[in-house]
Design a protein around this ligand. Structure first.
Ligand SMILES: [Zn+2]
Length: 263
């Protein structure tokens, strides 16, 4: 028997009690960044980006964002075809990042980490969790403010620069690329992430559409172990709603600050 999830407006739910010793795994997706005004591919016709992208239906050509197609700016092939254009795209996003501010959802999660053991995993590539004060953020889809070499094994490094003319090069001579996970690439930190999932008592999924794997599969993974409570929180019913105990619908910035009862 699979229990039926309770799905409804977040305001109709009781605050969530989290015991002192409970371990909380938080997954955040594009919905959280969108409430700060970070634009995503989804805004422009069903295809997400900000780390929580839905793959477009029927081929990769409908995901327009700022006049760009996903296959041009979010795949290794697109980068190899036109690194200058791809760098212009990410440089523009880097330039806009300081004008975007953390919202009450980011702040509530930072406060939660002061009170409880929290593993914060995000699909977002922006730095809003860090700026809200979250002590440790696992960026499974990489970080906009880091670069790495497209050729050699040199580790990624902090890089907030904009490259609007020539694409930057590594000291090995290869091209540098943004340190973000593109479509067709394997997300980062999966070993740590699954180890934390296996230990958690509460899985809190905030603003993640449930359409992008592997993140969309975290809740099903937990269903098999059968131990953690699984709560979704976000504006829209996720594609994987069936796998949660509860789906609390609403803006994360409005629901999260009052969500948790830490008594
Ligand atoms: Zn290199």
């Amino acid at each position: 028997m699979v229990p039926i999830p309770r799905v409804g407006p977040g305001a109709e739910f009781e605050p969530l009690r989290i015991g002192r010793t409970e371990r909380v795994f938080v997954l955040t997706g594009a919905g959280v960044s969108a409430e700060s005004g970070v634009r995503t591919f989804r805004d422009a016709g069903g295809a997400g980006f900000a780390g929580d992208g839905r793959r477009p239906q029927g081929g990769a050509s409908i995901g327009l964002w700022y006049e760009h197609r996903i296959e041009d700016v979010a795949t290794a092939k697109g980068f190899e075809r036109d690194p200058r254009m791809v760098w212009r795209f990410y440089s523009e996003r880097r330039r806009q990042l300081p004008s975007v501010k953390p919202n009450p959802a980011h702040q509530a999660l930072a406060r939660l980490a002061q009170e409880r053991e929290v593993f914060l995993c995000t699909q977002n590539v922006d730095d809003l969790h860090e700026r809200a004060g979250s002590p440790e953020v696992v960026h499974m889809h990489g970080e906009l403010l880091r670069s790495r070499c497209h050729s050699c094994e040199r580790p990624s490094f902090v890089d907030a620069a904009g490259y609007f003319e020539e694409p930057p090069r590594c000291r090995c001579g290869g091209l540098l690329r943004p340190h973000v996970v593109w479509f067709g690439e394997i997300p980062f930190h999966l070993e740590r992430i699954f180890a934390a999932l296996d230990k958690c008592d509460l899985f809190l999924c905030v603003g993640s559409s449930g359409a992008v794997h592997p993140a969309a599969g975290f809740v099903s993974h937990l269903r098999h172990t059968g131990r953690a409570r699984c709560i979704y929180l976000g504006l829209e019913r996720p594609d994987n709603a069936y796998a949660f105990d509860e789906c609390r619908l609403g803006k994360a910035g409005e629901l999260l600050p009052g969500l948790v009862d830490l008594r």
